[in-house]
Design a protein around this ligand. Structure first.
Ligand SMILES: Nc1ncnc2c1ncn2[C@@H]1O[C@H](COP(=O)(O)OP(=O)(O)OP(=O)(O)O)[C@@H](O)[C@H]1O
Ligand SMILES: [Mg+2]
Length: 758
């Protein structure tokens, strides 16, 4: 008993003093004199044990009790620390929720002004309404506004500063591009990535809108043209894209901009991907910090800052950093109703996972519809791409370790729909502008809910049904945790997404609402939990949990550590004592459950080559040992249905005419060179054309607007006219791969439009 206590104390002190070997945890403060007291206590006890006869019996007992109390105090302190952390998180969440509730009260969940409490009506009518409608349809080819677009455009047109939080693919670009066309002068757009800027300029040029970019790749000739346009108002320039470095580093550019403003020709300033301003955002860019200068220099020019996600803290940061305290704020829902979310259990055999992914793509997307597969590491990316190719899928990899040209080439092939699947690391990120990505598959889990929302959100930016599939296995968690544990709230963020993956009953969509502190909305059967009524039962595993905790405690006392894998192996042997055996996967699931609940915790050790994650006893473990908490696991009672969006309700088949129109847009885009197929016709327009089958230029104009009708109208009408189901049987399977895959039928789900018919 005495020896055990001493060993326990030694373990505890080793942990407390581990700053010497770099392992000390934040918050593991020494208690000043406590160290000295401890030393003298242990010294006395050692003396008492070695020379039992020289220390009176009652003193020995007092010493032992003192040491026991020290251990208990340390336990209690651990628990307090865990509870305080939890309390902090709850406070943060509480204030976020209160802010949202406040905003809802003020504006009835619509646009609200930051500065004033009176709700302004931005729906109109306004003097520019009909001109705006004309530009929207006839230049942009967009038949109606989506939620908040009209109001945002009106606020900017009224000269106000605006902050826009709108989900990926919500249509933020139109919110500044349309006013840029309507207002006199030049609009300045700051965007963080060259590839994004190139896409935007290309898209606008295809619409005959004079857009240019001033970046490191701009030719001397174009630079001269741009500077002349800024300085003297010569030449046609409507929208100028720059990277933030231009603002912070080029005095020449700023002086030309100054002249442009002085002459009254700076029409608006747009800050795209504005979350990059904030250190609390997910993609902080130091040069974005200096953009506040724009409002200081050009106070009367309306500024619009746009981002897909921003917590309350990031929003406040943006307003402060960009100096737009009186901005009108438009917050749209984070909900992406067209995305079907699902999580699948990932086999521990790599080949099986690839087989499943390949089968999913072949069955659901036989017509080469675009997709992304996200992987954890560069090596994994290359391997997965290779194995998908071996299974007949056109796939290539993309990661940060590649030569820039090679990377760009892969991106372009994919953007032009010449490559079906891009297999990327997180490096394949913000620059993705392809609207018709039909599926995003995660080969391993992301590091947080926020990252998963961003990455999966690259699917279905055109508003059409798309799928987000995550392959999850507990063994992937330590790989991520050993990367993120040193980040601000890195582990907690990771555990949030682990919770998302572990859950077998809860609506996936509701997890996003909770994470982004938004009121719940209907899922409409658009996630696996809601679509398939799985039989899930709860199994009481309190005995196993207790066994696991005491196993770890013994190991710690013996100065041993255990990885998740080793712990599973040990449990497999030990659990025989209980007479009820959990399967390997269930033990892994139990470990995660205990980690999430803080009964266990992860500790990390650095080696020269890697950081290893170990499972140890957590701050609340005592509750398990004392039997104060029962532990339950969710398990399936039957094999989960593998179906995704296709198995959900309300399906319809895609028509041969849609496929013909798809071929046409690809042909036209490669003929014109430099424009993407979706810039010729969007997938939504293809759908409309195939259902409405216009037979005159006038009818066509109503669907795709005058500009596109003028450019491509005759080809489209000719195709529709020639197309007839009897003359041209559905050639869905004419190309080699489609023929191979023709056994399955492509199906789509009808989504209720979130559009604001206008
Ligand atoms: N009112 C609309 N009706 C139909 N399509 C629209 C409408 N507004 C925008 N779109 C289309 O939606 C797609 C996504 O728009 P956009 O690129 O502006 O999204 P975003 O909000 O900037 O997304 P991200 O955060 O990913 O950059 C584009 O193809 C665009 O043409
Ligand atoms: Mg955008």
């Amino acid at each position: 008993m005495q020896l055990l206590t001493l060993r326990k104390i030694m373990t505890w002190r080793r942990k407390g003093n581990s700053q010497f070997d770099g392992e000390r945890e934040e918050g593991d403060d020494d208690d000043g004199g406590g160290g000295r007291v401890w030393l003298s206590l242990v010294g006395c006890l050692c003396f008492a044990l070695v020379r039992p006869n020289t220390v009176p019996m009652e003193n020995k007992e007092i010493l032992l009790e003192l040491l026991n109390i020290e251990v208990e105090i340390q336990d209690v302190q651990d628990q307090i620390r865990a509870l305080v952390e939890r309390q902090d998180k709850l406070h943060e969440r509480k204030s976020e929720l209160s802010a949202i509730l406040e905003a809802c009260k003020e504006s009835g969940n619509e646009a609200n002004s930051v500065a004033s409490t009176t709700v302004e009506n931005w729906s109109g009518p306004f003097p520019w309404d009909s001109e705006a409608d004309d530009v929207r349809l006839n230049i942009f080819g967009i038949s109606s506004y989506r939620a908040n677009q009209r109001e945002i455009i009106n606020a900017i047109m009224s000269g106000r500063d605006v902050l826009v939080i709108m989900a990926a693919g919500g249509g933020k670009s139109l919110c500044y591009q349309l006013p840029a066309v309507l207002r006199d002068g030049i609009a300045l757009v700051v965007s963080p990535l060259l590839s994004l800027i190139q896409d935007q300029v290309m898209g606008l040029s295809a619409l005959s809108i004079p857009a240019y970019m001033l970046t490191s790749t701009t030719s001397k000739e174009n630079e001269k043209f741009i500077y002349k346009a800024l300085e003297k108002g010569e030449g046609e320039l409507k929208i100028l894209y720059v990277t933030p470095e231009k603002i912070s580093k080029s005095k020449r550019f700023m002086s030309k901009l100054e002249k442009c403003h002085h002459a009254g020709r700076l029409s608006l300033i747009s800050i795209d991907e504005a979350h990059c301003c904030s250190q609390w955002g997910h993609d902080f860019r130091p040069d974005y910090k200096n953009l506040g200068i724009l409002k200081t220099q050009f106070p009367n020019v309306p500024m619009i800052a746009l981002t897909a996600t921003a917590t309350q803290r990031v929003q406040n940061d943006l307003i402060e950093m960009l100096h737009i305290p009186r901005s009108v704020k438009f917050v749209s829902t984070v909900n992406r109703p067209n995305l079907f979310y699902m999580v699948r259990e990932k086999s521990s055999v790599g080949k099986v996972v690839i087989d499943e992914i390949a089968e999913f793509i072949e069955e659901s997307y036989p017509n080469n519809e675009s997709g992304i597969v996200y992987c954890f590491s560069r090596k994994e990316c290359e391997q997965v791409a290779k194995e998908l190719r071996e299974r007949g899928i056109s796939a290539d990899y993309y990661h940060a370790d590649m030569d820039v040209n090679a990377r760009e080439k892969v991106h372009m092939r994919w953007s032009n729909s010449k490559l079906q699947v891009i297999v990327g690391t997180v490096a394949f990120g913000m620059g993705i502008n392809k609207p018709d990505v039909r599926f995003v598959i995660h080969h391993s889990l992301s590091k947080s809910m926020e990252t998963y929302y961003q990455e999966s959100g690259r699917a279905g930016r055109d508003g059409l049904p798309s799928e987000c599939l995550l392959y999850f296995r507990p063994a992937d968690v330590p790989r991520q945790s050993s990367m993120v544990f040193y980040e601000n709230s890195g582990l907690q963020n990771l555990y949030d997404i682990v919770q998302y993956c572990q859950s077998k009953k809860q609506c996936r969509r509701s997890a996003f609402f909770r994470h982004f502190a938004e009121p719940l909305q209907e899922c409409n059967g658009m996630c696996d939990s809601c679509a398939f009524s799985n039989e899930v039962k709860e199994v009481d595993v309190s005995g196993h949990a207790k066994l696991m905790v005491s196993l770890l405690q013994d190991m710690q006392a013996n100065d041993q550590r255990s990885t998740m894998l080793q712990l599973v192996d040990k449990m497999k042997i030990k659990q025989k004592e209980l007479g009820s055996e959990l399967k390997r996967e269930e033990i892994e699931q139990l470990i995660l459950h205990l980690l999430l609940e803080r009964f266990l915790k992860e500790e990390f050790q650095h080696t020269p080559y890697s950081t290893n994650a170990y499972i140890t006893v957590g701050p609340l473990a005592r509750q398990i040992l004392q039997g104060k908490k029962s532990v339950k696991l969710e398990v399936y009672t039957e094999q989960r249905t593998k179906g995704g969006i296709r198995s959900a309700k309300r399906c319809l088949g895609s028509s041969g005419l849609e496929l013909k129109l798809d071929e046409l847009r690809k042909e036209v885009s490669s003929f014109h060179g430099g424009i993407f197929p979706h810039a010729v016709l969007s997938t939504e327009q293809i759908s409309l054309l195939s259902s409405q089958k216009p037979n005159s230029l006038e009818q066509l104009e109503k669907v795709i607007g005058k500009l596109k009708t003028k450019k491509y109208g005759n080809r489209i009408l000719e195709l529709i006219e020639n197309y007839s189901d009897s003359k041209l049987p559905d050639k869905q399977g004419t190309d080699g791969r489609a023929a191979k895959r023709s056994k399955t039928k492509k199906t789509l789900v009808l989504i209720e439009s979130s559009e604001d018919e206008g």
